[in-house]
Design a protein around this ligand. Sequence first.
Ligand code: FEO
Length: 166
Amino acid sequence: MKLPTKVEKALNDQINLELSSAYAYLGMAAYFDSTPFTGFAAWMKAQAQEELGHVDRFYRYIVERNGKVALKAIAEPKCEYKSPLDAFQAALKHEQTVSASICSLYELAAAEKDYPTVSLLKWFIDEQVEEESNTGEMVAKLELIGENRNGLFHLDHRAGERGKES
Ligand code: FEO
């Protein structure tokens, strides 16, 4: 089963988007590391690592299908945000963009009758549900907390637990 050229290109574009995601999360971590919110910084670093895991999955898949990995430049990420809520809202928007890209890739693979890629992308579709849910939960909690210092302190501590898990 040859990897269709169009799918190979789209998979390489997805590698670029996943790498850009890792870089975007590292930029958010850098913002939090310039504040007292070390737990949120750890959350973002853990997320950046997950994105590198996604890059690796796509990379290995292209190689396995005898395709050619083509790496492109990634843009400078944003490292300044107005508040924790601002950063997590940006993270959620980013995940929604990634989800849309994965769905377009799925549609392309299905149209090209490239069923192995369809199968690979099922994992990513499920993963995106989880990613949007986790990030959306942080946004919802931050909206609820508002400027409450105790609430922010507590959520930052909880977010830091994620960093320890990975
Ligand atoms: Fe790899 Fe967060 O999407």
